[in-house]
Design a protein around this ligand. Structure first.
Ligand code: LMR
Length: 394
């Protein structure tokens, strides 16, 4: 049976980890997978998470099953932090969510529910995270692309984007990045979120928002302002949330999927479809990450500690951005855009062949589109990257 299968290529992002660990060169620089890295070069367990885990360890009395929906103590407070307390209370009956096995499961379930509701096409930004299209295609949706960002520039291609989306209708969904666009780091302005919301509403198309980097752009509330505005303005929306980066829970697969709609009946129907899909694929989400987030968000001190840690991570990213842009400019590279962008990623204006050269000749690892994980850059790393790019482009 298996001889009928074709060998598939390695994952374009996670596949890099294996290459890096087998590289013996001491100067190797990992700018691949999007994880936060501290000054000691490690991806730490956040202190708030560690304290929450300790309490869970002491208090947990059972490992009996959860429901496919996961923990209400996770879904509700997380929803309140994402949509804002005010919106969450006002829309109490019109936003429904479930805990998912990471954000990928949220994206997949959301896409399946959209497909079951009659959505045929989903529009994604060009560029976008390379796993978006395969997830949506696996759910049976046709993936279309709207222009969003041109490498080497600062802002987004707003006019081109809106022109491309001029023909969308009620069987189209539009994927948006809540903040810290992956891979470009360029986000819509609040005014653009407003105009886009009007456009989607007029055309009867539903937005699907992927929120994976909340708190790592400017600050939690600022980063979520566009999503909140859109949720107010459009009739219906689907929102996938990741706790991987904002809580540092990567491998614990902690995510959530929310449906915001015009009536209690409709969001309840959407939720029931997602629950059915969860039950028939992975049954229920893993508990640990959700239990940790629930613990943090139910305790003022733990939440304050988490917020302070998140703020420091954000400041570090913005510091790395400023430093990289400055060093690049000193070396004749026009990389000022990196300073203006947000979150973990920016795209370097280099070709796939040059990323290969950087890997082979300078032990610098990044996906072939030139995306770099800003958090992976120390002082020395910035210098190594810039001198290597200068060397391969001279
Ligand atoms: C990334 O883009 O590097 C992260 O979101 C990790 C992943 O799953 O690809």
């Amino acid at each position: 049976v298996f001889d009928r299968l074709e060998q598939l290529p390695d994952d374009p992002i996670l596949g890099l980890n294996e290459l890096i660990s087998s590289d013996p060169r001491s100067e190797k620089l990992n700018l691949g997978v999007g994880v936060y890295v501290n000054d000691d070069g490690i991806t730490p367990v956040m202190e708030a998470v560690r304290l929450a885990e300790r309490r869970i360890h002491e208090e947990q009395v059972s490992k009996a099953y959860l429901s496919p929906r996961g923990r209400a103590e996770f879904i509700n407070p997380l929803g309140e932090r994402i949509f804002s307390n005010d919106l969450w209370i006002r829309r109490r009956d019109r936003i429904a969510g479930l805990q998912t096995a990471g954000c990928v499961a949220a994206l997949r379930l959301g896409a399946e529910v959209l497909g079951a509701s009659g959505i045929r096409e989903i529009w994604v930004s060009e560029p976008t995270w390379p796993i978006h299209a395969p997830i949506f295609e696996a759910a049976g949706l046709k993936v279309r692309r709207y222009p969003y960002y041109k490498t080497g520039e600062t802002g987004v291609l707003w006019d081109d984007m809106i022109a491309k989306l001029s023909g969308i209708g009620p069987s189209d969904a539009v994927l948006l990045h809540g903040c810290c666009h992956n891979p470009s780091g360029s986000d819509l302005s609040l005014e653009q979120w407003r105009m886009l919301s009007d456009h989607l509403k007029k055309r009867g198309s539903i937005p699907f928002i992927d929120v994976a980097y909340a708190g790592l752009g400017e600050a939690l509330d600022n980063d979520l302002a566009g999503l909140r505005l859109l949720t107010e303005l459009v009739d219906e929306a689907v929102v996938a949330v990741s706790c991987s980066k904002s809580f540092g829970l990567y491998r614990e697969r902690t995510g959530a999927l929310y449906f915001s709609g015009g009536s209690k009946r409709n969001v309840s129907a959407a939720l029931s479809n997602a629950l059915n899909l969860a039950r028939t694929s992975y049954s229920m989400p893993p508990d640990h990450g959700g239990a940790v987030v629930a613990k943090i968000l139910s305790d003022h001190e733990l939440e304050a500690l988490w917020r302070a840690e998140l703020k420091r991570m954000c400041e570090k990213l913005n510091g790395c951005r400023a430093q990289l842009a400055e060093l690049a400019e000193e070396n004749g590279l026009n990389w000022g855009f990196i300073r203006e962008q947000k979150g973990m990623f920016s795209l370097l204006p280099i070709t796939p062949a040059q990323t290969k050269k950087l890997r082979e000749e300078h032990a610098i690892y990044m996906p072939s589109n030139g995306r770099i994980n800003i958090a992976g850059l120390s002082n020395a790393g910035c210098r190594h990257l810039i001198h290597s790019v200068v060397a391969i482009t001279d």
